[in-house]
Design a binder for this molecule. Structure first.
Ligand code: UDP
Length: 249
């Protein structure tokens, strides 16, 4: 039974087609091109010795993870100019990169990582809704690939990834709960929810907002049910992708 209400006739609780391609940026220690339908994000990860100065000053042991997010100018129609070149502060990107950082720090044993910093760069190649959730899901795999390099070089005795992390969007459009919204759905949605969970299906972040609208407890429950099911499927795809590459943790 296909949904007539969705732009691509997907079932209300169906993800878009998910694809992952490793080593898209060969100079990075780990990289992945992830697509959720037409949304495509390049996730590149590097790991360097050292931690931010505030950690040293506060005598916080272990490592750190930091993330940057940006939309490439040609990822949207019309073209989106590079904010940095204009010296403009892009609040949306700041908010998204902080979300990515928080989500992924929850995936890693920072003590086991030691005094190293993981830098995650997420660049949107094609934007069609859900870029932040695709970025988190892709970066989780790219980090696992990068950490494996340190394990192989015996710089780490074990892989410091605790649990994979995945994220998905859910929303309400014309009163109907929908999983993994594309741009045309997201634009008109009354409610927008971004969900980040780990492999134990524990919550890492839950952001839900009525866009000038309200929602009820039963609608929230259904959004969480669809979101949790979508995240389970994403986690399975991430796991089998890594297992094919003989990466286990
Ligand atoms: N979008 C865009 N230009 C922008 C911001 C957003 O074209 O400057 C589009 C893009 O397709 C994006 C969607 O709007 O995926 C939804 O944006 P939102 O801020 O909700 O973030 P996302 O859903 O991508 O995480």
């Amino acid at each position: 039974m296909l949904s007539v209400s969705r732009s691509d006739h997907r079932l209300v609780h169906a993800l878009r087609v998910i694809n992952m391609q490793a080593d898209i940026a060969p100079q990075a220690m780990g990289s992945l091109l992830i697509s959720f339908g037409n949304t495509q994000v390049i996730c590149a990860v590097n790991i360097e010795d050292g931690v931010p100065r505030w950690m040293k000053e506060q005598k916080i042991t272990g490592g750190w993870l930091t993330a940057e997010y940006s939309m490439l100018p040609y990822s949207t129609k019309p073209r989106k100019s590079r904010m940095a070149l204009q010296g403009r502060f892009d609040g949306r990107s700041m908010e998204i990169q902080r979300l990515i950082g928080r989500s992924l720090r929850a995936a890693i044993d920072l003590e086991m990582l030691g005094a190293r910093t993981i830098s995650v760069d997420c660049d949107v190649l094609q934007a069609d809704g859900g870029t932040r959730t695709a970025a988190i899901t892709g970066a989780s795999v790219a980090i696992a690939l990068a950490l494996q390099q340190l394990v192989q070089k015996k710089e780490l005795v074990a892989h410091p990834m605790k649990k994979l992390v995945a994220a998905v969007s859910v929303g309400i459009l014309r009163g109907e709960v929908l999983l993994d919204l594309d741009y045309s759905e997201d634009r008109d949605a009354q409610v927008d929810l971004n969900l980040v969970m780990n492999e134990s299906l524990e919550f890492i972040e839950l952001q839900a907002s009525g866009e000038e609208s309200v929602f009820h407890h039963d609608q929230l429950s259904l959004m969480l049910e669809y979101g949790r099911e979508g995240i389970s499927q994403l986690l399975e795809k991430q796991r089998s992708f890594l297992e094919e590459k003989q990466i286990f943790f």
